[in-house]
Ligand binder design. Structure first.
Ligand SMILES: Cc1cc2nc3c(=O)[nH]c(=O)nc-3n(C[C@H](O)[C@H](O)[C@H](O)COP(=O)(O)OP(=O)(O)OC[C@H]3O[C@@H](n4cnc5c(N)ncnc54)[C@H](O)[C@@H]3O)c2cc1C
Length: 393
């Protein structure tokens, strides 16, 4: 069936929704298909921390750009997206980590991101429930938090208002050469197809170098004002940036409801959505080392989700070599909520042959086309059906 459109976006997680919105706003006739509804997948499982990260220059550029786009959009975001610019405190527990605070501040400054060094006493004043003593922290005031499924639904509504058509409960079984085949045998056609299926994108393109990386989150009962910023240990950088080992790190977020969202874990090779209680215990223990009061709190839900990890920890945004119709917007690992808006800008800019605001080169999928790493994820990419055990409150 000729779908009478310019672009078919497969996947209505936060990345697909952002891409559809950008396509539609730029005048492209856009169809979005998702096997479920908007904002499922990893988007429903994510923490919603809009954070600038500096693991590499390319990551800093993408997260910094996207964080700015979120700030620009903030005034339009409806209340249910729970957007709040609470800032991040990168907590240093010793002098070595304070050195990292200073290094990080310098790198952020070079990218135009404001960040302030807090002494141990200033940190204790900013977050009285943190254990004492701690050496200090880096405060990044422009970092924010939001509730990802509502944000994805908002972006999709915008796309539809700009003319996009959304088809839910439609599972794609193949997508290539301008043809998208659904599981009921229907064929949709368009000159451009965007694979925005997150950790499941390998099902449609087994050559993709993407592996699922499982994570756990816990949400507590309501304890208003217990923490005021997103709190992350500087040791988080070691665990988040490791590409092999399973790890946990202290990462706690205040929700508008007064609840605390406690993370986080990273695990390769886990194939089921079930809770890994040993890892969960380590994660809670880590959080308690920083916030002793957590020990007496009531947890109300635990869930898991799968991040779409690439070997170089950068997403795949742009054309897929070997098929002129195929574009990718996937592989965002633990930063897809943050980088969704920038991904959409880069994707559509690349599609339309325009100069993009930041250099799109580092994220181009063809960096893996001849590296021998393409396909490394396929064997391990059987992502279990959706991973959320209960929704985030
Ligand atoms: C525990 C955890 C914590 C996280 N915390 C953060 C955070 O604080 N900040 C941050 O920036 N990021 C975070 N992330 C990462 C973030 O959640 C993801 O990068 C992001 O949600 C990816 O969005 P997506 O749209 O690419 O994929 P998804 O949200 O997975 O969406 C993919 C969509 O594609 C659809 N789909 C898949 N296959 C098909 C098919 N064959 N046919 C039709 N539809 C299909 C699915 O139904 C789904 O709706 C976290 C992730 C996890 C797991």
């Amino acid at each position: 069936m000729n779908s009478g459109c310019d672009v078919i976006v497969i996947g209505a997680g936060i990345v697909g929704a952002a891409c559809a919105r950008e396509c539609a706003r730029r005048g492209l006739q856009t169809v979005v298909v998702d096997e479920a509804g908007p904002g499922g997948g990893a988007t429903a499982a994510g923490m919603g921390h809009i954070v600038v990260m500096d693991d590499s220059r390319a990551q800093l550029a993408l997260t910094g750009y996207s964080q700015r786009l979120w700030r620009e959009l903030a005034a339009e975001l409806p209340a249910e997206t729970e957007f709040e610019m609470c800032g991040t405190l990168w907590v240093a527990s010793d002098e070595e980590e304070m050195d990292e605070v200073l290094r990080k501040q310098g790198v952020y400054a070079s990218a135009g991101v404001r960040a302030e060094v807090l002494s141990g006493s200033a940190l204790a004043e900013a977050e009285p429930h943190l254990r004492r003593p701690l050496s200090g922290a880096l405060l990044v005031p422009t970092d924010a938090v939001l509730y990802p499924p509502s944000a994805a639904a908002f972006l999709l509504r915008h796309a539809v208002r700009a003319g996009a058509r959304f088809q839910s409960s439609r599972k794609v079984v193949s997508a290539a050469q301008g043809r998208v085949r659904l599981d009921d045998g229907t064929e949709l056609r368009a000159p451009r197809i965007v694979n925005a299926c997150g950790a499941e994108s390998v099902r449609l393109l087994p050559e993709l170098p993407i592996r699922p990386r499982k994570g756990h989150l816990v949400i507590t009962d309501r304890y208003p004002g217990f923490v005021r910023h997103q709190l992350v240990e500087l040791g988080y950088l070691k665990s988040a940036h490791s590409v092999s080992a399973d790890s946990v790190a202290f990462n706690v977020q205040p929700r508008q409801t007064g609840q605390l969202l406690i993370g986080s874990s990273r695990e390769y090779g886990a194939e089921t959505t079930g809770v890994n209680y040993a890892l969960l215990a380590k994660m809670i223990d880590r959080a308690q080392q920083y916030l002793p009061g957590i020990g007496s709190m009531q947890a109300i839900r635990v869930w898991t989700g799968f991040r779409a990890a690439t070997p170089d920890k950068l997403p795949l945004i742009g054309p897929w070599p070997g098929d002129d119709s195929l574009f990718l917007a996937t592989g965002h690992e633990g930063l897809g909520i943050t980088t969704s808006l920038a991904t959409a800008k880069l994707l559509v800019g690349t599609m339309l042959g325009e100069k993009t605001e930041i250099d799109a080169e580092p994220y181009r999928p063809d960096r893996f086309a001849h590296s021998g790493e393409a396909g490394s994820g396929a064997a391990q990419a059987q992502v279990p059906a959706h991973s959320v055990e209960g929704s985030h409150v």
